[in-house]
Design a protein around this ligand. Structure first.
Ligand SMILES: Nc1ncnc2c1ncn2[C@@H]1O[C@H](COP(=O)(O)OP(=O)(O)OP(=O)(O)O)[C@@H](O)[C@H]1O
Ligand SMILES: [Mg+2]
Length: 330
């Protein structure tokens, strides 16, 4: 069961609303900054619905290349394209009777958006290369850390799909607007990570707590969780002290210790401590190395890579597409 830890009034109202709308089949759009708990909120909706015993299937629209996303979502028939040696059901079919979470929907290509809209409207899915539509009964939850109505305004998101998804809107507030939750969440994560690492942590020192409470958590709850996990591991004598609290002061996009592109503009910041530039290299060469390195570090997760590098997912995607044209596959 997803436990949402909070003492915040707005969050409590949000949870109540989520539980109420869970009973219906209404599509839910969950918005909020990265790491605020959107996915957690989505599972809360599923678990409180009559579909709870049926599948909860999630797909991250930002992490999967466009052509793959289409076949992952809708499935395909044998022979539909080169390489389709067997037929395969898509996520819609897997989620039948349950809930389908479309994570980071703003990153879905506009052509696929049209196909998605049709599936939602008609309640049936066409596998790629399929002859007849397959009826599906799926509850859709979408999340976005960009403001979707802005995406509608700039033309990257279909207005009709937006209205279809935005039947119920849950906007999760950033952690900096609920500072009271920092203490509760810290205690929650201390319990989780001390158990997981077989450590006994009996105390979070007052100084460590005030350090946590005064930080602006740009990476929200996820960033706090990472900091606590590390603190639990380094703490001595069962007490977390300020020295165990490793906060990246420049902001959350650097939280994993990865370098950002901007770092390379600064003297002295280099890969492995050496100069990033070598004779014969262009800035593009170096950028490519940084991007591919960051992608590897983040195990191919484009969302996390883009965030760590301080660029948009779209920019990352475009750059990877350029590399592919050069025969470099990430
Ligand atoms: N209120 C909360 N109580 C307990 N755990 C939480 C809470 N909010 C977030 N978390 C935890 O923080 C982490 C990040 O949450 P989640 O993945 O739901 O965020 P998200 O908004 O989907 O992030 P992203 O935009 O990066 O996908 C998860 O490990 C989640 O379990
Ligand atoms: Mg998420």
């Amino acid at each position: 069961m997803s436990e949402i830890v909070t003492a915040d009034r707005r969050m409590r109202e949000l949870i109540q609303l989520a539980k109420t709308v869970a009973q219906s089949k209404a599509t839910v759009l969950i918005q909020g900054e990265s790491g605020t708990g959107k996915e957690l909120m989505a599972s809360l909706v599923h678990e409180n619905s009559s579909r709870a015993s049926r599948p909860f299937v999630a797909i991250n629209c930002a992490a999967i290349p466009e052509n793959l996303l289409e076949s992952e979502l809708f499935g395909y028939e044998r022979g539909a394209f080169t390489g389709a040696v067997t037929s395969k059901a898509g996520k819609f079919e897997f989620a039948n009777g349950g809930t389908l979470l479309l994570d980071e929907i703003s990153e879905m290509d506009i052509r696929l958006q049209a196909k998605l809209l049709r599936v939602i409207q008609q309640g049936e899915v066409d596998r790629i290369g399929g002859r007849r539509p397959i009826p599906v009964d799926v509850r859709i939850i979408a999340t976005s850390n960009r403001n979707l109505s802005d995406c509608v305004r700039d033309g990257s998101f279909r207005e009709d799909l937006f209205y279809r998804l935005n039947v119920v809107n849950l906007t999760v507030p950033p952690l900096r607007e609920r500072v009271g939750d920092v203490r509760l969440l810290s205690q929650h994560f201390i319990a989780i990570y001390s158990e997981r690492n077989s450590r006994v942590i009996s105390n979070l020192s007052t100084e460590a707590l005030s350090l946590l409470e005064s930080h602006v958590w740009q990476g929200n709850v996820r960033e706090l969780e990472n900091v606590i996990e590390r603190a639990v591991i380094t703490a001595q004598d069962g007490v977390i002290l300020p020295r165990d609290v490793h906060i990246e002061r420049r902001g959350s996009q650097f939280q994993d210790g990865a370098l950002s592109l901007a770092d390379f503009g600064q003297a002295g910041a280099g890969l492995n401590g050496g100069a990033p530039w070598a004779p014969g290299q262009t800035l593009n060469d170096i950028e490519q190395k940084v991007i591919l390195g960051a992608l590897e570090y983040h195990k191919g997760n484009r969302t996390h890579t883009a965030r760590a590098l301080g660029i948009s997912i779209r920019t990352l995607r475009n750059k990877l597409a350029d590399y592919r044209k050069l025969g470099i596959h990430a």
